[in-house]
Every structure is written in structure tokens, then in C-alpha cells.
Ligand binder design. Structure first.
Ligand SMILES: NC(=O)c1ccc[n+]([C@@H]2O[C@H](COP(=O)([O-])OP(=O)(O)OC[C@H]3O[C@@H](n4cnc5c(N)ncnc54)[C@H](OP(=O)(O)O)[C@@H]3O)[C@@H](O)[C@H]2O)c1
Length: 245
């Protein structure tokens, strides 16, 4: 992938699942990756694995709830590699439940991480992109929000907010900063592990066992989106198991 080699890519939520798979795939294609998440042992392991295969990678411990952490992550990339080509806003959680269960803590967690975390990532990267006169924002969204179903209302709401904001950003941009949304369906990751609602945890875990595709499918979609020439912007990619209804 000619257009990937040498690119500096920041990835949030890179300690597991799609973020991890994307970091590994991009590094394999010659990108310099900077990983962010809260669990540093996992980040260290992934970075060591990439470096042992001849790739370039580093990490910073971040919580996307804190806007200064996103600035620090972006600064790590710029200080270490001299520029930032891509930010992948991937960190996300799902606290799925009926709206009338009023899991307000769960709502706030999703709003803080899935929506505000993405905005903080964009806010940290945009000044660098403006100064460079180039950059690419990739947001990992979800098929939740495209097909809206019970129990996923607030989660889908956070994801659709990102979709809406990205479309406005696309129109505002003169093309020097590109934006891509990737909406996965069911993907085999640790995603269900943090769900507090036991009924939903069981359903999502079963879905994962029966239906889920590999996170590599999403990593490949990211590679496709960011390997395009400068005058080509990949807008939205929806990628789900072929059996998912
Ligand atoms: N799996 C699916 O079926 C599916 C489907 C559609 C969309 N998605 C989306 O895909 C994205 C990645 O999820 P995944 O499936 O790969 O699940 P995952 O394995 O649980 O990964 C989630 C990542 O987000 C990070 N994260 C969570 N809260 C964070 C915080 N406050 N600050 C920094 N990092 C945080 C986690 O790292 P730490 O815990 O180390 O911080 C982890 O690396 C999410 O946005 C999710 O909504 C998933």
C-alpha cells in the first residue's frame, strides 16, 4: 500500500478489538502508529509486537473523556514522528438497555466516550491538520443508528450524532482535511465484556459467537479509506456480517 507507508496515524481505543487490529494492519503496511487507551499493559504488548516485526509504533495512556489527553496523544505523534496524517477515533462503549430503565450513568458514559471523545479527538487533530494543510479523520461509528432497534437507542444516538457532525464537517472542509465514517456491524471483540445489563450482555455475546466477523475486516476498510490519493475522500463504509439482518 504505497499511500500508507510513512503515514503517521493516531488510534484511540487501540488496546483491543478493532483498534488493535487496525494498528497492527497499518503498521504492517508501513504506517507509524500511535496507540491510545487506558490499559497500558495491552498497549505496551501491541507496540512491542509491532516493533519486533520491524514496524514503528508508540503509545500513550489516555482517557478520551479528558480533552487534554487527546491533545497529549496528538502531540506524542507530532513530537515523535514530525507530523500527523490520520486520527482514528475508535474508542467506544455500549451500555445497552431500555430507555425507561433510566440508566443515566450508562447514557453519560456513552455520550462522554462515543460522542464527546470523538469530538475531543477531532479538536486535538484539526489544528495540526490546518497547519499542515492536510489530514484525515476516520470515525468508527456503527450499524446501530442505520438500523435502529430497541435497547440500543442511546448508543445509536451517540453514533448518529457522530455521523451527523461528520457530514457537516465534510461540507465545511475545503478538501484539505478529509473525513471518513466506518460503520461496523457485529464484530468479534471484547465489546460485550463491559455491558452492565446482563440480558443485553448475553444477547450481544451470543451474537458475537454466532455472527461476528473478524476485526481484520474493519482494519482492511481503514486501510482502503486512508490509502486513497489526496483528491479522493471515502465518505461512509458500512461493513457487517453477510448474515446480519
Ligand atoms: N464489536 C462490535 O460489534 C461493534 C459494532 C459496531 C461498532 N463498534 C464500535 O467499534 C469501536 C471499537 O470497539 P471494539 O468492538 O473494538 O471493542 P473493544 O475491544 O471493547 O475496544 C474498545 C476500545 O475502546 C477503548 N476505550 C473505552 N473507553 C475508553 C476511554 N474512556 N478512553 C480511552 N479508550 C477507551 C478500550 O480501551 P481501554 O479499556 O484500554 O481504555 C478499547 O481499546 C467502538 O467505538 C464501538 O462502538 C463495535
Amino acid at each position: 500500500m504505497q499511500n500508507i507507508k510513512g503515514k503517521v496515524v493516531v488510534i484511540t481505543g487501540a488496546s483491543s478489538g478493532m483498534g488493535k487490529a487496525t494498528a497492527i494492519e497499518l503498521a504492517k503496511n508501513g504506517a507509524k502508529v500511535v496507540l491510545g487507551a487506558r490499559r497500558i499493559e495491552q498497549l505496551q504488548q501491541i507496540v512491542d509486537g509491532i516493533i519486533s516485526k520491524g514496524g514503528e509504533a508508540s503509545f500513550a495512556q489516555i482517557d478520551v473523556k479528558d480533552k487534554d489527553d487527546l491533545i497529549r496523544l496528538v502531540n506524542t505523534a507530532v513530537e515523535q514522528y514530525g507530523k500527523l496524517d490520520v486520527i482514528i477515533n475508535n474508542a467506544g462503549v455500549s451500555q445497552l438497555s431500555r430507555i425507561d430503565e433510566l440508566d443515566i450513568d450508562g447514557w453519560e458514559e456513552m455520550i462522554d466516550i462515543n460522542l464527546k471523545g470523538v469530538l475531543y479527538g477531532m479538536a486535538a487533530a484539526i489544528p495540526v491538520f490546518k497547519q499542515q494543510q492536510s489530514g484525515h479523520i476516520v470515525n468508527i461509528i456503527s450499524t446501530s443508528g442505520i438500523k435502529i432497534v430497541p435497547m440500543q437507542g442511546i448508543y445509536a444516538g451517540t453514533k448518529n450524532a457522530v455521523r451527523t457532525i461528520a457530514e457537516a464537517f465534510r461540507q465545511e472542509s475545503d478538501g484539505t482535511i478529509r473525513i471518513t465514517g466506518i460503520s461496523p456491524g457485529v464484530v468479534k471483540t471484547d465489546f460485550a465484556e463491559n455491558i452492565k445489563n446482563q440480558e443485553m450482555k448475553t444477547i450481544i455475546t451470543k451474537n458475537m459467537e454466532n455472527l461476528a466477523i473478524s476485526p481484520d475486516a474493519i482494519a482492511n476498510a481503514v486501510v482502503y479509506a486512508i490509502s486513497q490519493p489526496k483528491d479522493v475522500e471515502v465518505g461512509d463504509i458500512v461493513i457487517r456480517p453477510s448474515k446480519q439482518n
